[in-house]
Write a new protein. Structure first.
Length: 345
């Protein structure tokens, strides 16, 4: 019966979001409309990303395509698609994109009550070798009485009302949370619909995988404690002192892919500060916050070395932060190392 229900009673992302809206009688449906436009953007980017490889093969790449139009790089194309989708929703107000130095303020006639921070195509340097890449987004409600200023997005991640990512890989998977758990939807290209495939994702309490770019080890900021902590953690993962089996190292170098694996299989994903990036490499608003929001909703945790990632109050829209996120117990281990180091100081 369950299989039949799956076939004849499809839980699409649109239906899921409407169900969530129905739990809030006061809701005007604005978030539902905003999310439907983000989903449309993801479908478009999924199609463009899948063609990109082919385009490269049949020589459509380079400056102009066969129509003589200027060929846009995928990340620029994706950025334009999301900005247009968000503006046309009539529910967005302040937009922050990884691709735009300054915030985008939607024109008055199309302004809504939500602010969206996003990385339209994270990991795009991996496109040419076919590694999974993705869109990451977070949504804030406009502050009471605000017409829309940058202050509306310089808020802690815990203030977000929704967050998600869409991973463009062997399949197109969108993981979304509106604050009541994390759910995964897979695009059925024959329907053009995202179908619920990973209901109520719960990250394993402890994992057997650690994920960090050990190639940065030379640059892990030696002067401070984090260098010794990361090295001790990695050492322990390779040579466990309690007789347990060593952890596996998995590092794809595309945040959406590394976080998606961590959510489903467990373990810890780390991007510590290093000499090259004294505040870490990943951006607070549209990488650290949305991923931390999702990991917490799935029962894990996310730590910066100083405190809970979602508690950061960003000072500028492209601010960076170190990040340690994943299985609750694995992040707890890192936190214990940091607090022990504090005590020693
Ligand atoms: P590194 C991709 O460029 C990205 O922004 C994230 O998707 C990824 O987690 C990180 O950078 C990889 O950085 O320094 O390990 O290549």
């Amino acid at each position: 019966h369950a299989a039949d229900a799956q076939r004849t009673d499809l839980m699409t992302i649109t239906r899921y979001v409407l169900n969530e809206q129905s739990k809030h009688p006061e809701a005007r449906g604005d978030l539902t409309i905003l999310l439907s436009h983000i989903v449309l953007g993801c479908k478009f980017v999924c199609s463009a990303v899948n063609k990109a490889g082919l385009a490269k093969l049949i020589g459509l790449a380079g400056d102009t395509n066969i129509q003589g139009e200027e060929q846009k790089k995928l990340d620029v194309l994706s950025n334009d698609v999301f900005i247009n989708a968000l503006k046309s929703s009539g529910r967005a107000n302040v937009l922050v994109s990884e691709e735009n130095e300054e915030p985008i303020f939607v024109e008055a006639s199309k302004r809504g009550r939500y602010c969206v921070v996003f990385d339209p195509l994270d990991g795009s340097s991996n496109i040419d070798c076919g590694v999974s890449i993705g869109t990451i987004f977070g949504i804030y409600m406009l502050q009471e009485g605000s017409e829309g200023t940058v202050a509306d997005v310089l808020k802690p991640g815990k203030n977000m009302v929704a967050a998600g990512y869409c991973m463009y890989g062997s399949s197109c998977t969108l993981v979304l949370s509106t604050g009541t758990g994390a759910n995964g939807f897979t695009l059925d290209p024959s329907l053009g619909e995202f179908i619920l495939t990973h209901p109520n994702i719960k990250i394993p309490k402890k994992g057997k995988i650690y994920s960090v770019n050990e190639g940065n080890a030379k640059n892990w900021d030696q002067p401070t404690t984090s260098y010794f902590i990361i090295c001790r953690y990695v050492e322990k993962a390779k040579f466990p002192i309690d007789g347990s089996s060593p952890k596996s190292l998995r590092y794809i170098g595309s945040m959406v892919a590394d976080v998606h694996r961590t959510l489903l299989y467990g373990g810890i994903f780390m991007y510590p500060a290093d000499k090259k990036s004294p505040n870490g490499k990943l951006r607070v608003l549209y990488e650290v916050f949305p991923m931390s929001f999702l990991v917490e909703q799935a029962g894990g945790q996310s730590f910066t070395g100083q405190g809970r990632a979602l508690d950061i109050v960003p000072k500028n829209i492209h601010e960076r932060s170190p990040i340690f996120l994943g299985s609750y117990d694995d992040v707890e281990e890192i936190k214990a190392l940091y607090s022990a180091a504090e005590v020693k100081k």
